[in-house]
Design a binder for this molecule. Sequence first.
Ligand code: F6R
Length: 533
Amino acid sequence: MRLILCENYDELSEQAAKLVASQIILKPDSVIGLATGQTPMGMYKNLVKMYERGEVDFSNITTFNLDEYYPIKRGNDQSYYYYMNENLFSKINININKTHIPDGETKNPYKECDKYEEEIKKNGGIDLQILGIGQNGHIGFNEPDVSLYTETHLTDLTRNTIEANSRFFNNEDEVPKQALTMGIATILKSKKIILLASGANKSRVVSELLNGDINTSIPATMLKVHPDVVLICDKDAYSGIRLGVDIGGTSVKFAVVEDGKLIYKSSIGSNKGSCDTFIKEIAEECIRIKAKYPYKTIGVGTPGRITDGAVTASNLPFKNTHLAKELKKYIDMSINVDNDANCAALGEFEFGIGKDMDNIIMVTLGTGVGGGIIIDGRICHGRYSMGEIGHIIVQSKGGLPCACGQTGCWEQYASVTALIREATQACIEDKDSVLYELYSKNNNKLDGKLIFDALEQNCPVAKKVFDEYIEWLVIGLKNLINIFGPDAIILAGGITKRSNILIDAVRKSLDTPVKIEISKLQNDAGALGAAML
Ligand code: F6R
């Protein structure tokens, strides 16, 4: 689903009209599915203006309206028949014989529905369907139900819809209790779909639509199976405030994002006790933040393996823990969980170096080598462990054993752990070196910082180890470039923050048009990306 986020209702109406007009200009005999209600009124006004300016010719189009109340007289000013004439048909050069609206006066609604469906088929199906969305997530009058795969049918309106639509009638009793509506199956057969959502009272369903799973209690989520849906949404309907939570071994970071900007951040220590108390502490911080920043969605990044929503992480008390479900016990809203490295990549893509790019790979160099792959703006998950780039095999024979069970994994050579291991070995073998001096002064221990200190003091032992490290790093990066052809590879982690030594060396030996950059967001990337899940 593509999202066009508009500043306000006027912009939404203009954008929608432009898409409809383009469809008609490209295919003058298009079959257009039309919606009624408050939301498309501005779009119809814009289409009328375009017609008056001679920009669109409606004479060859065929239209099918989504729905009509049942029973209702055509002359009733609340009938959709009346609405379409008032708002569009009487103001443009449409051939009225080619317009179709389910007949709210029919004596046989079932036959009318079959006839309507047949007529759509006879006209070759709908090229472009316009939809609004009800506060309960209905599209057309497809109300929340257990089974939604229907064609045009007679349906009972829910209490919620009757209440919502009573604003157009004198009172609630006047609202017809039934409607004739295209079914979800009819709608999904359309070649393209534009869904319009305006106003804060739609923000809950829009958030569910964008962040939740397909489920029949929000019928609009069924649109997720359609390959060509554009959601045009104004800022009131699109909940701009989101919370991102990045769970780490030592701390949990929180970031509130509004309209693509970080507006607040905080962190708490990671609880190493029981799973329940840890989740409770995270939830409490979420609730505290919500009192000040009324976000509508939570995204959570976590280390470890996620299988069907259940997280198992070795450095945290999560063992088959369904994080979203557990958090929902305290805070009931849309919660999405993903791997922390994927979140960091998404953060860098949305807010950092990748902002104007389509495809990026983020490589985090730390204890291991982590990574996230974003292709066409989406995290690539694959079926099993896609994105576990630290475990691509770079040494087939005699490779070092890895905790994952393989041998020769990239992270055994390109992680900071590997760099420290090799540097320690080298300095012990050459005690007459700056590196050894730093090692012995530090209680016979090296860390990334000391290795860089030695490099800056031109220590040949450190230089040799570092050059070999860069060779291994570059082998993996070359593989990633060859497989994914990204716009950029973004390196993150403590050692990338230290001077330009690393990035200069990588760029020099890679020799590629692909941009090799250092993460702009570093420690904030995970929480920011989680907010955007
Ligand atoms: C109208 C229709 C309905 C509306 C929905 C939103 O033909 O099928 O699904 O699109 O109820 O209505 P408004 O735009 O009035 O909020």
